[in-house]
Design a protein around this ligand. Structure first.
Ligand SMILES: [Fe+2]
Ligand SMILES: [Fe+2]
Length: 289
């Protein structure tokens, strides 16, 4: 089990949620289509990355709002660790985003679009609703993260220099998946706010992920020529239909009144992910004793 006292780890972390410093360097020699030479898959993940730095800062703000009122001292510590992990995710994804911006993509435009959209929501929505939005988006990130850890073959085609970024983020999203939810449970605990916000967030998240991907593809003069034929993409989806089915079930579980993120025990998946990650980053991660 990783410990927060490891030299590469920060004090804000806990044993279960260690705050690891990665300091990745993303070389400009990484190809533009770093996901198997495929513009579509590359830009889907790049569009997501454009929303991460400000999205994760919003997560931190929504949880910080309740930080001083928390009654459970263990949860207080977990909140500090959650904030530490998300701060590092933002920093590393900013570095990744700069590398993609250097390739002439409108990354800054999408980052600013996300900043403005979230600022608007924070102005009009209550703190309860913003925390519910964080819980909803944390459910999405945990779903994607645990799918990646369960099926690491999904990222086989990613450039080796970028695999550790996605693996590390996946492991940590799984580690802290319950924190915002537990704050919501203790401080708000409203089934209506939680699930109605999930429905709204699902709509907006799907819409903006698709629009942002389209913006990146349209702005890229080489994307059309490098694109895979549609039937290749459909074949890929069909091949992974069982994974899509599991994702659907995982998503719907959120609407159960007794749902809690820890109902899906993913400890073994995280250990598998850390083992894989250690091959890339050495002792920046610690494994179970
Ligand atoms: Fe994150
Ligand atoms: Fe997160």
């Amino acid at each position: 089990m990783a410990t927060a006292s490891h030299p590469g780890y920060e004090r804000a972390g806990t044993t279960e949620i260690p705050v690891r410093r990665m300091d990745f360097e993303f070389d400009d020699s990484i190809p533009k289509y770093w996901f198997g030479g495929d513009p579509l898959r590359t830009m889907i993940l790049t569009a997501l990355s454009c929303t991460f730095p400000e999205g994760e800062r919003m997560f931190m703000r929504s949880v910080r709002h309740y930080q001083n009122d928390l009654r459970d001292p263990a949860l207080k510590k977990q909140v500090r660790a959650f904030i530490g992990q998300e701060a590092h995710h933002g920093k590393e994804h900013e570095a990744f985003n700069r590398m993609m911006a250097n390739k002439g993509l409108p990354i800054r435009y999408l980052e600013k679009f996300t900043e403005a959209g979230l600022a608007r929501e924070e102005k009009f929505f209550s703190p309860q609703r913003m925390l519910a939005k964080t819980c909803a988006l944390e459910h999405f990130t945990a779903m994607f993260a645990e799918t990646l850890l369960e099926h690491p073959e999904l990222i086989d085609d990613i450039d080796e220099r970028l695999k550790p970024l996605w693996l590390w983020h996946a492991v940590e999203e799984s580690e802290h998946k319950s924190v915002a939810f537990d704050v919501f449970k203790e401080q708000v605990d409203s089934y209506w706010i939680r699930t109605s916000e999930m429905a709204l967030t699902t709509l907006l998240f799907s819409l903006f992920s698709a629009l942002h991907t389209r913006t990146l593809l349209k702005a890229d003069p080489d994307a059309k020529q490098a694109a895979r034929p549609l039937r290749e993409n459909l074949k890929g989806l069909w091949k992974n239909r069982h994974i899509l089915g599991k994702l659907g079930k995982h998503y719907l579980a959120y609407y159960r009144p007794d749902f809690h993120p820890s109902q899906k025990d993913s400890q073994q998946l995280r250990e598998k992910g850390l083992l894989l990650l250690q091959k890339y980053v050495g002792d920046k991660v610690q494994l179970a004793a």
